[in-house]
Design a protein. Sequence first.
Length: 484
Amino acid sequence: MPGKSTPAVRVRIPRDRENDYSPDAAAKRRSFVQEQTGVGLHHVGQYSFDPGTLPGNIENFTGVAQVPMGIAGPIRINGEHAQGDFFIPMATTEGTLVASYNRGMRLLTECGGVKTTVVEDHMQRAPVFILEDALEGRQFGEWITEHTEEIRKVAESTTSSGHLSSIGQYSVGPLRYLRFNYTTGDAAGQNMTGKATLAACEWIQATFPGQPRFILSGSIDTDKKHSQINMLLTRGKRVVAEAVIKKDLVESLMGVDTQTLLWGRQISMAGNFMAASANNGAHAANGLSAMFIACGQDVANISESHAGIVYTQLLDNGDYYWSITLPALIVATYGGRHRSRHPAGVPRDARLLRRRQGDEVRRDLRGRGAGRRHLAQLRRAAWRLGHQPRRPRPQPAIETLAAGRPAKWDRPAGGGHRRAVPPTPPSKLAQGALSGGWGTNARGRRGLGSHRRSLRLEAARPSPSPGRAGRRPWPARWTRTRRP
């Protein structure tokens, strides 16, 4: 027929029906990509593991994405399941990230280490049942409460490591949302809970009068999505890390005093409140992502795991108590994508990264959920460190910003590598803020910019901050230059 368009012929990616997980099958797909796009995949094809171990983990295997990995630590962990000094693998391409965490680990270890506690453990599947009206929905909820033991037996019959701990209920019109909460041992448990909840829902549908319809996920399980319900009710592991930061150590190592830290924390709390942020501290995504990639975790779980709640106190002796809670940390050492070894050979539970330890740690941590709790405590402690450093001395973000030294970079006029240009020392910022002596611009108005211009007229070595007393002064080359 005139004007009728001819459907485009779809080019199919090569597959081997006999053995699609072989070096030859992967090589054919790399050649296919080069033919179709002109892009060669030489480095993608360089790997050291057997593709035959990958069924169930990936489809159309073509090669590997190589991410640089560094080691930070050691960090001292005082937890129920992780105890001792540990080295932390971090896979990233963000310069200074590993160095910054490494410096924070030094501070925490010299302060006695980090105490970690897994306080809750829940993985959810949240079906929704559709009733005739709100009254029937309420009666259905009462029936669910009365038959919880029968539902538990049906759900747990599908798994050897999952346990149905409770069922939450929420009503919207004729809808009854049920949030099935499970403990899942060393598995993350998303697939496990889905299978178990499907069996339970089919039994409920067949048993409850009227056989109501249901949808397996009504979306209040918020799989791979951040949500306020997870902040309150937990998804995965709810892990708390606590540390007391010694006043003298934070001043000598970070160049900031604890009172300034608390002052910066209060300002940050106000900003996070206005932004409705998922984390009222320094963000957790960089550190957790680097550990997830290095240890073979599902990186998509960062969407839930990055949420955090910070609580601090300035103690009477001047030390600084700092706690951080991750309410939805999702990690696994067994099941699903963890059936095979990590392709890079890194122990995904990080047990063998314990200093001077080995197989005895594996033996100590065998048992239901111990490996996952161990890994959760390591990650909780590592995130405690903060990051976003500045060169040439990488420094965690909160200490940097509270000290009035945000990272600034400059590039020499003739090209070459970037170099760090330290901002105004905190003593200058504090002096200007308290006295109003920010300097005067051409129109006679006071402002931070005019203060910075006045600094350029000062001697080559600005006054050191109180936290740098007795230490090496700012180098002469670290002077402010006017940017075009």
